[in-house]
Structures are given as C-alpha cells and as structure tokens.
Design a protein around this ligand. Structure first.
Ligand code: SME
Length: 155
C-alpha cells in the first residue's frame, strides 16, 4: 500500500483553511468549510466531522463521509468522549484494538480526535476516521490541532 501522506502539502492545507475561516461569517460556515477542505485535500481522511459540546454531550455538526449512528456522545464514552474528558488529542492506530471505540463504519481502521478548546474549556472536537491503519502521523496531528485552535475562535 502506498503512503499517500508524502504527496500532501500540509502547510498549503493549513493556509487554505486559515484563509477560509478568516472569511467565514458564522460558526456553521467555519465548521462546514473546515470539514470540506480537510476531506477534499487529505485522501486518507475517509470521514471528517465536528462535534460541538452542549452540556455533557457531544453533538454531531457538519461532517463529510457516510452518516454516523453516533450523533450524540456523552463525555467519557467512545474515543470522542475520552478526548473531551482528557482535553487532549487521541490517535488510535488500530480502532479494533481499542475497547473504547464506537464504530461508525466497519471499514474504519484508524481515528484521530482533537478537542477544540478555548481558555481550557472544550467547545467541541474534530474527528477524523481513515480506512487505512495508522493513517494519522505527527503532521496530521499538528494540522488538525492548528485547525482546532483557529476554529475555537469561531465557535
Ligand atoms: N469512533 C468515535 C465515534 C464517532 S464516529 O467515528 C463518527 C468514537 O469512538 O467515539
């Protein structure tokens, strides 16, 4: 299997998202443009979505990919709930080896969840699934954490 990551210009994707978010008129536009660009530019990103935190529950907002059965996830449940509880990025190289994992698609092999935080408070999360095992490396983590930081200003 070829490694598609070598062909990706992460800096260009970051700049594109920064440009788009600077022009976004509201949070829905900001979230929608972010998932659109990430899904379009990163071939290994099979499913890209944003959850917003309302009370103790993560609620699915804009996403690209197959519809997920997990539209409402309590903090502490699944990989998404764990990342919200820990206020930290979680990278799962093999979702089938993690008992916390809530399946969205049977084809998913790896996942990254990045909290969107402002002043230490979780506002939501960026969630990306891949059909490729261990699809998320340091550059993906850095890109998605940067996008989460920019998005935090819009949520
Ligand atoms: N896999 C996530 C659930 C969300 S779906 O991937 C879209 C989890 O374990 O929390």
């Amino acid at each position: 299997m070829s490694d598609t990551r070598t062909a990706i210009d992460y800096a260009a994707v970051e700049q594109e998202i920064r440009r788009e978010l600077a022009q976004a008129g509201n949070k829905t536009q900001a979230m929608t443009r972010s998932v659109d660009i990430l899904k379009a530019r990163l071939p290994d990103y099979t499913w890209v979505g944003i959850y917003e935190l309302f009370g103790n529950e993560l609620v699915l907002g804009p996403f690209r990919g197959k519809p997920s059965p997990h539209t409402h996830i309590p903090v502490g449940r699944g990989i998404c709930g764990a990342a919200a509880a820990e206020k930290a990025t979680i990278v799962i190289d093999d979702v089938n080896a993690d008992p916390r994992y809530l399946a969205c698609s049977l084809d998913t092999r790896s996942e990254i969840v990045v909290p969107i935080m402002r002043k230490g408070e979780v506002l939501g999360e960026l969630d990306v699934d891949s059909d490729r095992p261990a699809a998320f490396g340091p550059e993906d983590k850095r890109l998605l954490e940067t996008v989460a930081a920019v998005l935090a200003e819009k949520l």
